[in-house]
Design a protein around this ligand. Sequence first.
Ligand code: 0X9
Ligand code: CA
Ligand code: ZN
Length: 426
Amino acid sequence: MLKTKTGFILAFAVLLASGTALRAENPERSVIISIAKSISLADKIDALDLDLLGEWNGKVYVLAGPADLEKLEKENVAYIPETPRSTPPSSPVLFPQGGINGAYHSYLELETDMLVLQQKYPNIVKVFDIGDSLEKRNIYAMKISDNVALEEDEAEVLFLGCHHAREWISVEVPFLLGKYLAENYATNPDIKRLVDQSEIWIVPLVNPDGLEYTIHVYRYWRKNRRDNGKSNFGVDINRNYGYKWGIDNAGSSLNPASEVYRGTAAFSEPETRAVRDLFLSKDFQAMISFHSFSQVILYPWGYTKLPSDKDAQMKEIAAEMSAKIQAVNGRLYDYGQSGTSLYLTNGDVTDWTFAMTGIPSYTIELPPIDEIGGGFFNRQEDIDPVFRENLAAMTSLIEHSIQNYLPVVPNPFDLRTNISKIFKKD
Ligand code: 0X9
Ligand code: CA
Ligand code: ZN
């Protein structure tokens, strides 16, 4: 961390000297503002290249530096300072209990907790190292299944967390799924049935370098920590996957300073390569990638406003997950095609998995519960209720995958085939 901290201070000094105001390396001068969602905003959103925190109640929340505010004024876009949270901390947030990241996991805390689960439940939990991050941290996957050491002919489902460093709650939800399944396997027959009939793969922390940076240096960091030169750091891991990467230069940026910088090539980042290689070595039937915040369930395509050929099916499963979520705590998660929301995205993980195999692929943006404290700062007490409601969505997607899974049968006259072949795009 010392190295990055020094880099940070140096970058800051260079910025002051040159008089520019890049928000990413200049947190002290950044503020949170909100802008009313509108069609005219949607038209300008790509060109404005803002650091979008999330959408809530018809407003878009933005982390803005002085140059962004100037741009907005020049473009006649009205904004409101969100006073209770107008000073994003550059230094660690102190939680009343549990140190600087409270009940949230750091990289090492997560590693420990996953290994402890594996040790306690060796028959159903197995931890894999699926690749190194840029700064050489391990990217871990946790497999949950009966006979976990074996690859059985069972439905496989993938859950991802924390593509974006500051979205701490997105680590907790998939990790807690693994913990819950392991701890309830012996006593809850419904859970046992799910675990016995499927292979559940969880990668709770896709972006460990970014997460550590948000804990120790700057709470609002989004990307990984790639040194792009000229004091610009980070590639947006969720713009670096290989389907329609960078298409039309809308929905990702070729500017290394941008918060949605897509990198120099598709899969240029080790973090996206680790997810890619895991995905290609398995036969997943469904996946969810967790983010925060907007309280919404999104499905492909993200790169275009045009619907996919499985739009109806994607929507039906999303509606079911939304209903299951709402039944737990009453919170309503909206759902729809990503590309028809405020902005397009290209190079995101769900477009890629959907393009590869046609499986149900979802982004779930978790809720901004603590509106005053601000979306990314969901209180520690909110982790459990957010997990509980998403547990209902995750188990329903696992159940759906099991129900639709037909084991591969060697008999060539048997018309049954692996479900992923049915879903496969041509
Ligand atoms: O921009 C993203 O990668 C995701 N949102 S976030 O605020 N967590 O960064 C959303 C990806 C889904 N795609 C679209 N909304 N188009
Ligand atoms: Ca198994
Ligand atoms: Zn995100």
